[in-house]
Design a protein around this ligand. Sequence first.
Ligand code: FNR
Length: 202
Amino acid sequence: EPLRILVLSASLRAESLNTRLALLAERLLTDAGAVVDRASLRDFPLPPYDGDVEDADVEDADGVPATAADLGRRIAQAQAFLIAAPEYNASIPGALKNALDWVSRLRPQPFKDRHALLLSASPSLVGGNRGLWALRVPLEHLGTRVYPDMFSLAAAHQGFTDTGDLADTGLQDRLAETLQTFLGLVEADTRYVCLERRWYEF
Ligand code: FNR
């Protein structure tokens, strides 16, 4: 059975650098034998979370908008998910946090015990990495097994070739290796523990 991986771009922008990185990750995962479900936050328009909207119970049994239920189903159907997320003001985009909040209201809660790998791309030299540290907080709170290593592409506006590969071939090799190691840990259903600010598998 090949592993099924959801690859989600968390940018709403048509020309998104994070979507480009997500597409490259999709290709590398497919090469490594996984089955990829491609998604973008663009496909899941959601109102701002509002407990009154949820209580109104208008759309489905959980009172959660149908788009959030769809996203939750896509997460639940995969053994693992990748998120390629922009960094906004050293944190995660509001639209992504809003989607996490809506999906977290579903039962069973789709993020629990799912494996995740976090990616970011940014024109800046930090590559959006601070946003990924912020993204760990809600995901780990929700019980997602977030892979300790993260991949952030700096100067991403200059980082891709016409074929969608990384201009820096050494960096692309590193991304491919990270994805392969991640798939192995998903297969083994690994958990992680953080001790003295270093992550260990157990
Ligand atoms: C940004 N950007 C940005 N980049 C970064 O590396 N660190 C940051 O803190 C921020 N902050 C920020 C705030 C806001 C409101 C915007 C709109 C943008 C720049 C951002 O990385 C850039 O626009 C990327 O291209 C966004 O990702 P996509 O849409 O290309 O995937």
